[in-house]
Design a protein. Structure first.
Ligand code: C5P
Length: 215
């Protein structure tokens, strides 16, 4: 079955500070986007990697990631994903991934793809270890709650339908659109290596993680 990876990297990436948009900022000497691109490109179960980039960042991409073909993303994350879904032809499965999570392991990719045998979608999750409280001071039980990461895997027909029929506000991930149509989304074990890089301090943490992984 034909599986593609779609990396969305068309955000402005400004919250991370620095002179370059965060998808091009270096982590251990390599642009952040290049880490997840390389992980997908070398995985034997992924046939093709599609990268969505903002129109005004195409030149930066050619400069920092020579030889990588890109498509133009949209003004929202959902629009960038939709551009990718339109560009993947008759692919049957897709792993949709945020460039802001540089370190993907083959084990997570395996768990996600395997879960699609019995579900429309699959997302990697981690347990919540902190105590939770709402702004009005009410304690919230963390029982049964998870932190959701990317990549998120889908059967292409399910995620295309979910995008076409979504009428809600901008979603924070793709799985909620599939669930809204009654689709099944499996939860698989995520990985601390997949933590998101958002703020300036997150780069040092990411470099520490990769150093720890490769020591
Ligand atoms: O801003 P945030 O980190 O939540 O964005 C998540 C991912 O969505 C990032 O990889 C970002 O580049 C991508 N994105 C996109 N197109 C947009 C906005 C965000 O591809 N218009």
């Amino acid at each position: 079955m034909n599986t593609v990876a779609l990396i969305v990297a068309a955000g402005k990436g400004e919250r991370a500070g620095g002179t370059l948009p965060k998808q091009f900022a270096l982590i251990a000497g390599r642009p952040m986007l290049a880490w997840s691109y390389a992980a997908f490109a070398k995985n034997p179960r992924i046939e093709r990697v599609i990268v969505a980039i903002a129109e005004d960042q195409q030149r930066l991409t050619a400069e920092h990631m020579p030889g990588v073909a890109t498509i133009t993303g949209g003004t929202t994350r959902r629009a960038s994903v939709a551009s990718g879904l339109a560009a993947m032809g008759d692919a049957e499965r897709v792993l949709i991934h945020d460039a802001a999570r540089p370190f993907i392991t083959d084990a997570v990719i395996d768990r996600l793809i395997d879960a699609l045998d019995n579900a429309d979608g699959a997302v990697p999750v981690l347990p919540i270890v902190d105590t939770l409280v709402s702004t009005d001071g009410t304690s919230v039980s963390r029982e049964g709650l998870h932190r959701v990461q990317t990549p998120q895997a889908f059967r292409v027909d399910s995620i295309r339908r979910a995008h076409a029929e979504w009428r809600g506000a901008e979603p924070t991930d793709d799985a909620q659109m599939v669930r809204a149509l009654g689709g099944s989304v499996a939860l698989v074990q995520g990985d601390p290596m997949l933590e998101k890089v958002t703020l300036p301090g997150d780069f040092a943490a990411a470099e520490a993680r990769i150093g720890w992984e490769t020591r």
